[in-house]
Design a protein around this ligand. Structure first.
Ligand code: GDD
Ligand code: MG
Length: 381
């Protein structure tokens, strides 16, 4: 039996308003809840049992995946009344593991789309005798991640979460959000209090000379924590750039889910997904975007690299570029939503009220909550 812990208790702040009612790991990505891809990949790699560490909107996970039989997995759910942080969540979920102290346990962040060879990471951990094995990636800009410098043998020498100063950027290797822990190491994390695995557990293991190793690979990897990454991950799955056993249709330029209606003159490309019950009217052009179930996109609308929320409506001849429209929002005709703009769930945007040329280009992501009178404010993240 190979067991895993899945960390899914975060609030998905950077994906608001999409995560107002749906936890990030359950947002539809390439037509299915994101975790379906992770669960299918874990099962294919020989994982048999997964404990979900939930907190934010906890009850929705079991409602979606039940006992896991659909994936050939045994699933269990543990809920933190108060979020315990990543390390506290791992410790808390470990109460439900069945394996022996010397056996390996996989730990996954719940928002990573990757082509990692999970079975190879496990056998590497077993062969090396490491206390913890971390999957690492090299990235161009590591500032949003945990930095993990290693020596020439792959032994981790430091762990710097979200570096703040240029001096702290000592490597382009980052923590890719998948670990193998020898179970007894998890049992030493303090119980019943908030612990960050990145800021507390890993640095402490290193200062006590534990054997923490890093394994870098060049497989596909994306953290879906931001709107741009969310649409990119979905489009890459649809186009077959990263494989998933959970993809609900053939790969191609677009995935149209059963029950969606797309006018023959509409053009869908770039890995666009049109969710169940959504409608795309004549002459609409949708590129590399996610149209969630029940949304309505009117005639001659153009949508690029954007997300249209569940049951949202986009009026005729509007355009969206790298924008996010929350669930149930109504965008009147002739609006131009520019990069970074987010429209709150249920907001109503009158016709012709936002035009790129009439307003200064936002230098940071902005959120807009309209209730008739527009007002803009900086997003939390
Ligand atoms: N159960 C539980 N409780 N889960 C949590 C909690 C908590 O208190 N806090 C966060 N999580 C879960 C999130 O749901 C997510 O699946 C995972 O832990 C990581 O949280 P993120 O909020 O996505 O963190 P991040 O992306 O900023 O950084 C993490 O991932 C990077 C790789 O994508 C860190 O692990 C970085 O070191 C890493 O580089
Ligand atoms: Mg993340």
């Amino acid at each position: 039996m190979t067991e895993a812990i899945l960390l899914v208790g975060g609030q998905g702040t950077r994906l608001r308003p999409l995560t107002s009612h749906t936890p990030k790991p359950l947002l539809p990505v390439a037509g299915v809840p994101f975790l379906a891809h992770q669960l299918a990949r874990a099962a294919a790699a020989g994982v048999t049992r997964i404990v979900f560490a939930t907190s934010y909107l906890a009850e929705l996970f079991e409602a979606e995946f039940g006992d896991g039989a659909g994936f050939g997995l045994e699933l269990e759910y543990v809920t933190e009344e108060v979020a315990l942080g990543t390390g506290g969540a791992i410790r808390n979920a470990a109460e439900r593991l069945r394996c022996a102290p010397d056996e390996p346990v996989l730990v996954f962040n719940g928002d990573i789309l990757s082509g990692l060879d999970i079975a190879a990471l496990l056998s590497n951990h077993r062969a090396s005798g490491a206390d913890v094995t971390l999957h690492l990636k090299t990235v161009a800009d590591p500032r949003a991640f945990g930095l993990v410098p290693t020596d020439t043998s792959g032994r981790v020498v430091a762990f710097l979460e979200k570096p703040q100063t240029p001096e702290e950027i000592v490597t382009d290797q980052i923590n890719a959000g998948c670990y193998v822990f020898t179970r007894s190491v998890i049992d030493r994390i303090p119980a019943d209090r908030v612990v960050s695995v990145e800021r507390e557990t890993f640095p402490e293991l290193l200062s006590s000379n534990a054997f923490v190793q890093g394994v870098v690979d060049d497989s596909y990897w994306l953290d879906l924590g931001t709107p741009a990454a969310f649409v990119q991950g979905s489009a890459d799955l649809v186009r077959g750039i990263v494989a998933s056993p959970a993809l609900p249709g053939p790969t191609g330029e677009a995935l149209v889910l059963p029950g969606a209606r797309v006018h023959p003159s509409a053009v869908l490309s770039g890995g666009t997904v049109v969710g169940a019950g959504a409608e795309i009217a004549e002459g609409a052009v949708i590129e590399g975007s996610v149209v969630l179930p029940g949304a309505k996109v009117a005639a001659r609308v153009s949508v690029h690299a954007s997300v249209v929320g569940r049951h949202a409506q986009i009026g005729e001849e509007s355009s969206l570029d790298a924008a996010v429209v929350g669930d149930g929002a109504r965008i009147g005709a002739g609006n131009e939503l520019s990069p970074g703009l987010r429209i709150a769930c249920g907001a109503v945007l009158p016709a012709h009220s936002v035009r790129t040329s009439a307003s200064p280009a936002p230098c940071a992501e902005q959120s807009v909550a309209f209730s008739g009178v527009p007002h803009a404010s900086s997003a939390a993240h």
